[in-house]
Design a protein around this ligand. Structure first.
Ligand code: PEP
Ligand code: MN
Length: 362
């Protein structure tokens, strides 16, 4: 459902940036006054205009650096006064909001663990009532679009007009190449439902390691994201949190200069006739796919009736294992990833089970 939240597009936020993307950069955590100021000055020199630093750090497990607390706000205030950069930090409670406002923090963000908790988000929203400050809402740690939307709606209902979303990836069980899975479809879906919301990518928390940052940044740009929030530290290897994913201001600058910004409005130009033709072909393949799936489903229904008449369960595990195994093999010989084939056939199988359940209950 498309909801026209009464929020301002990023160009009307009154923050300075040249074209796409808006870049927010700074360390994961404020550690010392020197580290904060050194990083800020180096970033300023590279043309960054918005500085981030975590003051209260939500660590998944105890025993790690949990942030310097309110005293770090004074360092951010100093950054603002001495460099002119706008400063941003994470808030996770009413107290954090009041403290941050007291020190003149320009932009606040709601962290992934907070977005997952409507009580926390509501407390933050209540503390923000009547205050005109930009708020960025990170996606919840779990891939739940409704929680993300709900948090945005709560902040919006507090009267905030400058709301942005941060895509920082989603946790998963087991090891993957990413620290948090990007699952790009979720930010795309959020943008479909809330078309006005600026979408900011956080490649640092998706990647978990600097080597992966650039490919995520480029992908975010190719998906037409409005901005980036990237962790940058004057001495990354000595960082007290998230050392492996932080980059020096110099390396950040190199990466930003390598981004290719492509045109999001291709369709309107005449020279894009070729693209139009390809798209027509894609549309016709999509139709064929649906026709094939419809035919497949007719057989599924016949099997459903057979199972009902012969008192067989809908799920026949060995048969399902055979389907997935055979198609993984066929798929891989055609160059499809295992993840894609798994998702595709699980979706088809799920729908088939729904159809057969209906038949069983007839
Ligand atoms: C952060 O931005 O440093 C942070 C803690 O992020 P997240 O809430 O995405 O884990
Ligand atoms: Mn971090």
């Amino acid at each position: 459902m498309k909801l026209l939240l009464d929020t301002k597009p990023i160009k009307e936020w009154g923050i300075q940036f040249e074209n796409r993307p808006v870049v927010i950069a700074g360390p994961c955590s404020a550690e010392t006054e020197k580290q904060v100021l050194d990083t800020a000055f180096q970033l300023k020199e590279k043309g960054i205009t918005i500085f981030r630093a975590g003051i209260w750090k939500p660590r998944t497990r105890p025993g790690y650096f949990e942030g310097v607390g309110s005293k770090g706000l004074a360092w951010l205030k100093k950054v603002k006064e001495e460099t002119g950069l706008l400063v941003a930090t994470e808030v996770a409670s009413e107290k954090h909001v009041y403290e941050a406002l007291k020190y003149g923090i320009d932009i606040l963000w709601v962290g992934a663990r907070s977005t997952a908790n409507p009580f926390v988000v509501q407390d933050i929203a209540d503390a923000l009532k009547g205050i005109d400050i930009p708020i960025l809402v990170k996606n919840p740690i779990n891939p739940d679009l409704e929680l993300w939307k709900g948090a945005i709606e709560r902040i919006h209902a507090a009267g905030i007009s400058r709301i942005g979303a941060i895509h920082r990836g989603f946790s998963s069980y087991g090891k993957t190449v990413y620290r948090n899975l990007p699952t790009w479809q979720l930010p795309i879906d959020l943008k479909t439902d809330f078309p006005n919301i600026p979408m900011i990518n956080d490649p640092s928390h998706i990647a978990g390691k600097r080597e992966l940052l650039f490919e995520i940044i480029q992908k975010a740009m190719d998906l037409n994201f409005d901005g980036l929030i990237i962790e940058s530290h004057c001495d990354p290897s000595c960082a007290l949190s998230d050392a492996a994913q932080q980059v020096t201001p110099n390396d950040l600058d190199k990466m930003l200069k390598s981004i290719i910004i492509r045109n999001p409005n291709g369709q309107s130009k005449e020279s894009y006739q070729e693209l139009k033709e390809y798209r027509a072909q894609i549309d016709s393949f999509d139709k064929m796919l649906l026709n094939l799936l419809e035919e497949r489903m007719e057989i599924v229904k016949k099997i459903g009736r057979f199972k009902k008449n012969n008192n067989l369960t809908i799920l026949q595990s060995t048969r399902w294992e055979q389907i997935i195994e055979k198609n993984l093999e066929e798929g891989s010989s055609r160059g499809f990833s295992e993840l894609f084939i798994n998702r595709l056939f699980k979706a088809i199988h799920q729908e088939s089970i729904e159809y057969q359940t209906k038949i069983m209950n007839e």
